[in-house]
Design a protein around this ligand. Structure first.
Ligand code: ASP
Ligand code: MG
Length: 424
């Protein structure tokens, strides 16, 4: 039986016509196996769609924003296709469906499900454009709606995968198609048992690639990125960063947990469970070796630095002369879970609980509203969380230089500091 490979192309690798031509080249040169191609929304489309939702929530006009997104896609198509190509009415049709959804009623209560039905258009349109282009170049491939294969629960925006159903659907739907042609599908999106669109969390397309690889018992996943592989720090912030040739699944998972944006945190587990190797490779230099993530026995001791921006420090202080106990932590965490807010750092003292969370529209206000009777709540925005694995004292000193540190936490292997963002 021939091998199955899953390729994943993120937003940056389909951001313009040149990038899509490059994608074609990469796929065309590697067609010896059954191939599943997972694509994300083009460039910053998901952010732009989120912005529309924010405007709508605030009752502001958003139609010029959606026209801009439509124009962006049409301009790309103009560079890739003849003027009479069917892709033009197809793209317009997606945008009129989107407009109809946006005409609906958006509230804080239905925000998460509304969000999923809107942002999913980024992936739907982009995968159609890429499919059409590959076909036009003679590389025939089948477009697959990911919502028919990835079955999730109804936890909108952070949907959990139903592994049993998804594996069955993968086999039933994809196997026969893959024998004939490569299959192209969308990252990030799925559907619940009622067919409602769900999403897997921001940057979730990597996870989609892993889910499909797991479902198909694939031989490898290749994530094509704008960097040479997994580096020990973001090269844009740390020019001296070094690339790992290989990395153990556990190590890679830990780095993603702290916010290394090179792979989505949930990607590793389904692959590690079946020992499917994950390659992170450069779409600019596709012949370079990249990083192979698999079972590696040697322990890595190279320091790794992960920086997360737009963090908020929230502190909850007890007001009634008691001390912080388990029930205080429980009530804070219960509300965080309801609001789907993830804690990146927790610290407690005698009279307060401090948490570090991501910036998310209206959720902090909600949290404060619910808990303000129990605690005196203060918060600080625009912070940066820096995590160092395998730290050493000179690196720590260097990182803390000229920074206002608000919080600090250290274990034997990991050092974390929360600082004021330097650019503000
Ligand atoms: N387009 C989605 C996002 O930007 C999913 C992805 O890029 O992986 O979050
Ligand atoms: Mg994206």
């Amino acid at each position: 039986m021939s091998k199955t490979f899953v390729f994943k192309f993120g937003g940056a690798s389909v951001k313009d016509a040149t990038s899509i031509k490059n994608l074609h080249e990469i796929v065309f040169n590697r067609l010896r196996n059954n191939t599943i191609i997972v694509v994300s929304a083009m460039g910053k489309t998901t952010n732009a769609l989120e912005e529309i939702l924010n405007l709508k929530l605030e009752g502001k006009a958003y139609s010029s924003n959606s026209t801009k997104i439509l124009d962006y896609h049409l301009r790309i198509c103009e560079e890739l296709f003849d003027t009479d190509s069917l892709i033009f009415p197809t793209v317009r049709n997606y945008f009129s469906q989107l407009e109809r959804i946006l005409d609906g009623n958006l509230t804080h209560e239905n925000y998460d499900s509304f969000y999923d039905s809107v942002v999913s258009f980024g992936e739907l349109v982009s995968s159609r454009i890429v499919q059409e282009y590959l076909c036009a170049k003679g590389l025939y491939c089948i477009w697959q709606d990911a919502r028919e294969v990835i079955r999730t629960n109804s936890d909108f925006r952070f949907a959990k995968v139903d592994w049993k159903d998804t594996t069955k659907l993968c086999k039933n739907i994809l196997e026969s198609k893959l024998i004939q042609f490569p299959v192209i599908t969308q990252g990030f999106i799925g559907a619940d048992e009622n067919g409602r669109t769900t999403t897997l969390g921001r940057e979730g397309s990597d996870f989609t690639a892993a889910i499909l690889a797991h479902g198909m018992r694939a031989n490898a996943v290749i994530i094509w990125k704008d960097v040479d592989g997994v580096l020990n720090a973001d090269p844009k912030r740390f020019p001296d960063s070094v690339k790992f040739d290989e990395l153990d699944y556990k190590e890679a998972a830990e780095l993603t947990y702290y916010g290394a944006s090179v792979i989505h945190p949930k990607t590793i587990k389904p692959l590690a469970n079946l020992s499917i190797p994950l390659y992170v490779k450069s779409f600019i230099h596709p012949d370079r070796s990249g990083t192979k993530i698999h079972h590696v026995h040697a322990i890595n001791s190279v320091p790794c630095i992960v920086v997360k921006d737009e963090q908020i420090l929230v502190s909850f202080k007890v007001t009634d002369f008691t001390f912080i106990n388990e029930s205080h932590i429980h009530s804070v965490y219960t509300e965080l879970e309801k609001l789907k807010l993830r804690v990146n750092l927790l610290q407690t003292s005698a009279i307060s609980i401090s948490i570090v969370i991501e910036k998310e529209s209206f959720k902090l206000e909600k949290l404060i509203q619910i808990l303000r009777d129990q605690f005196e709540i203060r918060y600080n925005e625009n912070l940066q969380l820096i995590t160092v694995k395998n730290h050493n004292s000179s690196l720590m000193k260097e990182l803390m230089q000229n920074k206002e540190v608000l919080l600090e936490q250290m274990t034997r292997t990991t050092f974390q500091i929360l600082v004021k963002s330097p650019h503000l």
